[in-house]
Structure formats: C-alpha cells, structure tokens
Design a protein around this ligand. Sequence first.
Ligand code: ADP
Length: 643
Amino acid sequence: MSSPHILVFSEDPAVYQELVHLLPVKASAVHLATLAALRDALPAPETALVLLHLSANNEAEAFALVDEQATDAALVLIAPEVPTISQFNALLEHGVQALIPYPFQAEQVRAALAQALERTQRQASQHSLKENLTRANQQLNERLQEINAIYTIGKSVTSSLDVDEILARIVEASVNLTQAEEGFILLEEDGKLYLRVSKNMNVELAQRLCVEASDPIARQVIHSGRPTMLQRPTKIATGYLVRALLYVPIQSPKRGTVGVLSVVNQVREQAFTENHIFTLSAIADFAAIALENAQFFAAVEAERSRLSAILEHAAETILVTDMDDCLWLWSDNAAENFNIKPDARGQKVVDYIDNIGIRELFVQLSEDKAPVHNEIDLEDGRVFNAQLSSIDHIGRVVVMQDISHLKELDRLKSEFVSTVSHDLRTPLTTIQGYIELLERVGPLTEGQRDFISKALHSLSHITALISDLLDIGRIEAGYDLEMYPFCINDVIQQSLDAHMMLIEQAELRLVTDVPNELLWIEGNARRIRQVLDNLISNAIKYSRPGGEVKVTVQRGADHVIVSIEDQGFGIPLEEQPKLFERFYRVSTPEVEDIRGTGLGLSIVKSVIEKHKGRIWVRSYPGKGSTFAFILSLCSPPAENTAA
Ligand code: ADP
C-alpha cells in the first residue's frame, strides 16, 4: 500500500504535534494551521484523509469549507463537545466517518484513523473497479457498434447494386465509428485519383476534386497496400491541413489496391486508433466487393443490352426462355407477332402465348434436347418456320423465319405440276395414239416403219422423263405420300412379278432371299414400289446376259434392310457419290448406249428419305453393284396381329 496523504487541520500547534504522533507511520502529513490553508488544500485529489481538530470558534466555518469543496477524502473530526443524535446524522451526511471528543485518547484516534483510511482505500479500489467496468462496457459498446456497422454495410453490399449509394454508406459509417470530422473515398482510374464520395466535405471542394485529386499520402497507400495513420499537421488532397488522418486501402482480390477510404480531423486534435484501422479495413473490404459487383453488373448489363440490340434488329422472330420455359428475352417482332407485353418476363410461354404452334413446340421437346421444328400459323395468315433449341444452363431459344412467300411458291409449284402433268401428258398420248394408227391407214415402207419406231422410242423417253420429273416434284412437295402400315414382302413380290419378263428377256437369273415372316412398315406402298421398280430395273438394265439379280431382305430388331444385287457393269468409285443427283448418268463406254433419264435414283433417294430411311450403294466396276435401303419396322395393324 502506498503512503496515504493526510491533511491535519488544527489551529493549536500543541494538539497538532500530539496528533502527528498518532498518524500511521507511512503517512505523509500536511499541517493546516488556518482556515485559509484548509480551503486551499482541500481540493487536492491525492488526499486520502482529512483530520480536523475543531474548536468552538472555527467549527461552523470549517464545516462550511468541507461542504463547499465536497472532497472525496475521509473525514475524521475531533470536536470539543459530544453531539446529539441528529447532529451526528448531519455529520454523517457531510461524509464524516469518525467523531472523537476532545480531549481525546491516543488509542481512540489511532483506531479511528486506521478505520477511516481502510475504508477510503476500499472505496478507492471499488471506485477504480467501477471505472474499469464502465470503460470496458464502453469499449464493448463501441465494438458492438462497429460490428453492427460492418454487418449493416455487408448487408447493403449484397442487397443493392447502386455502388454510389453503398460507398456513401461506407463513408458515413466510417465517419460515425471513428468520430471523425470528414470522410471520403478516392478511387484510382487510369493512374489518376478521383474523389468518388465524401461526407461532411465542403460541396464546392468535393466537386473540384471530382476532376482529379492529387494526394501523395493516398498514392503511397495505394502503392504499398497498407494503411497510414498520422497525427500531425498534414496537407492532404483537399488542399487544407488536417491534424489527424487515417487512410486504409480498398483492395480488390483481382485488381489489387483500387482506392483509399479516408477519415480526417481538421479542427480537433483527436487521433485515430489501431482499432479504427481494423474497423476501417473491414469496411474497406466491403467497398472493394461493392466496386467489384458493380463492375460485374455493368459487364452483364452491357452484354444484356448488346443482346437486346441484336434481338431488336434481328430479321428473325426470336424468343428466349429460361430453364423453366418462362419468357426471358424476345425480339421486337416477336413482341408484335405474339402480343408479348414488356411485363411478360417470367411468365410461362405455354400460358402466355396464345398460339397452338408455339405451344406444340414446347410440348414436343424431347428428353435428349434435340432441336424441334414446327410450322407456326399466325392469325394474319402468315406462316413461320420455327426451330426450338435447348441451351445448357440457359434455357431454350425459338428462332422463327417467315416462310409465307415460300409456302405461296410451293402452292404455285404444285399447281404448275398438276397442270403440266395433265397438259403435257395428254398431247403426248394423242401423238402416240396417232403414230401407232399410221400402220392401219395404209401400207408403210421400210423407211417409214423405221422412222415410226424411232419416233415412238423418243416419245416413250420423253414420257418417262416427264413422268419422272413430275414424280420428283410431287414427292418433294409431299404429295401422294400418305403413310400407313403395309407389308413390304407383298410389295417386293409385286415388283418382282412385274419384272419377270424383262429378267427373262435379258437372260438373267433371279435369286431371292426374303423371310416368310411378314414385315410391316409405316409408309407409302406405291412409292416404295416405285423404289423397288427403279432399283430392279436398273439391275436388269446394267447387267450382261447370264448374270444374276438377287433380292435380299434382312430383318433387324426394329428395321428391315432390302438389297438388290447384280453382277453387271458396276460403277467406278469416283462416280458413286454423284449417283443420287438429278440427271446424273455414268459415262463409261459400256453403259453409254443404255437409255435412261438420270432421275430414277434421285427419286429413290427422295422417297427413302421421306420415309426417314437411308440408301447406299456398294459397287465394283466389272463385277456388279448392290443398292440397299433401310426402313423402320412398325407393329402390324390390329386385324393382322389377330390373324
Ligand atoms: P437412269 O435412268 O440413267 O438409269 P438412274 O438415276 O436410275 O438413271 O441411275 C443413274 C446412273 O447410275 C445410271 O445412268 C447408271 O449409270 C448408274 N446405275 C444405276 N444403277 C446401276 C446399276 N445397277 N449398275 C450399274 N450402274 C448403275
């Protein structure tokens, strides 16, 4: 325990001497011999105890003095008279801890002094404990405020995309937490520093700094990436002197230090603390996140507006949906054609767009996400060709082209085809009839007969050509292509029967390998018969006498392969890829004189493709060729299953 400081007041020097001997050994005592000395000495904060020896003359005045100074020290009184109970209570109110009657006994004084000192010390330690507690509480409160401010800023960073608003909040919180006079954020752009937001800064000054701020301390913080705290008069970006400043770097994980969060005291001398560095650094991290988010957002927005501009000017009608088939983006003409309002974003396509074609597209969408096509009829009579494609992790895109003009052309073409079919064939039949009648109207010379035969030959060629051409037109336009289940074994047999005579005339052998099982396919029997006729007649036409024509049917799990094989001239390898083109004919010497239109195989290919099948050829010059096609099998119709 340190030595207590004791004031001893006694106007009687003899009493004072007596009292000094009774004080604790370690105490340092000051003698106050007058009331004036007592008045001057009372305010001293280090005083632990005041020992007052009062007489009838000075009693009232001395009390008044003690009251006036309201000292915290313990009071011990030595008074000439024993007080009444009410007087004693009044003394307690004045803070008197012991009252000793005069003349006193040494032991009584010693005991009273010891007790009073102990009490004072206890009070002092209680007092300091309380103070410590209050300080700790205050610090806790400050920390809580800081954490709360950091939390609030963190929340605003994630809930708002307005970077200026977030930065303003950050500066405001920094100023509040550090109790600074001013705060601001300087950002670096193209090597220059600009003031982005400020708090409590002179408006004019802030505007001037928006142009460019030169601040060597900020530069140094950006360069080092470390905070700077100064407590001396310093000239900063604002152009004036500040007494204390704290600059912390704003560090982006990708771009390094991008700016400085600053708080300054211009008038007050109050310094910033290590704790402020910690808090401001945490807040500055949020500033970095906000800036980064703003950049990402700007980039995404730019992409979006680019996309919108593309959609706006696209000739095609385009709809984009998210993964749940809800509208997301659409071109201007899509809005017009399908009456899509600006607030349609997020609405299910099938609920919002009142068009059967569009709805069918989305319903058809298969599991494997393969593109889906459909023709879309609009109310005004236009027809769109639509393709719906799935884009992983984004959604779906429907691109539509206006094919109304193509549809019209198609209609005209069909009209033309049927007109030509009738108008060309009729006169040819008439010519053929008259030529054939010539022989009946009178005897013909050998030369006339020869001419007639040549004319008939050419006539049959031109009839075949017209017939093939019309067929191609009709097949490609989708006419005469009604699909229904039929038994391919029957069609093969019919075609073979029809060619039997030709096979015999050409001195060929026919070999067949067709399973007994009836094989059903869904297609157009007339057109498949045409395919078989073309392939079998080619096999006959391009064979030498003595050869073999073999027709094989192979059944797969869900398909059938039909192949027509001959031992004829074969086709050079380099010519094979062009065989299925229109009017293409092989020009090798062996086949030069064999008549044909060059359209048969292109008809075959069109028909097979319309049946979603595939055709191919394998051929070796001088050895023969095999033409084969594959078609899907279907289940037999109900009545045949029963049989
Ligand atoms: P064309 O009426 O000329 O027979 P196609 O389209 O049927 O027309 O056939 C095209 C060409 O392919 C023929 O000119 C012929 O040279 C060749 N070709 C077709 N089938 C055979 C075959 N079985 N053997 C050899 N060449 C063939």
